[in-house]
Design a protein around this ligand. Sequence first.
Ligand SMILES: [Zn+2]
Length: 149
Amino acid sequence: MSRLNSMDEALTEARAAGARGETPVGAVVVLDGAVIGRGGNETRARLDPTAHAEVLAIRRACEAIGSERLVGADLYVTLEPCALCAAAISFARIRRLYFGAADPKGGAVEHGPRFYGQDTCHHAPEVYSGIGEGDAAALLRDFFRARRD
Ligand SMILES: [Zn+2]
């Protein structure tokens, strides 16, 4: 599965989250060319502030392979991960992180705490940003515009 196809899968999850009234962010975990976990934000449905797309995708991927770590797996997410998700990605030993739109307000990879650059971070994935950025950013923009109107 190519990078763009994988990000398309994450975008599909993001759209589904938006349709449920959640913040439209989606993520997939890919191992050996196959999606092994997917998720979109479910904080409202689950009454759980930690039910972010990345966390749910990681949980499902771990369940799918019966492991607490996802060595060799890559995570695709439509938006720059927050501090919670950046840490979860590190703990899961994700190999590569691909994200779409940058998040100057809440991101923790290239903004804010820059989690992977800290001495207390013991596993940092390779990071590739701007994959499918336009679609991810448009989705979020439309969502927040609709909520304001
Ligand atoms: Zn998050």
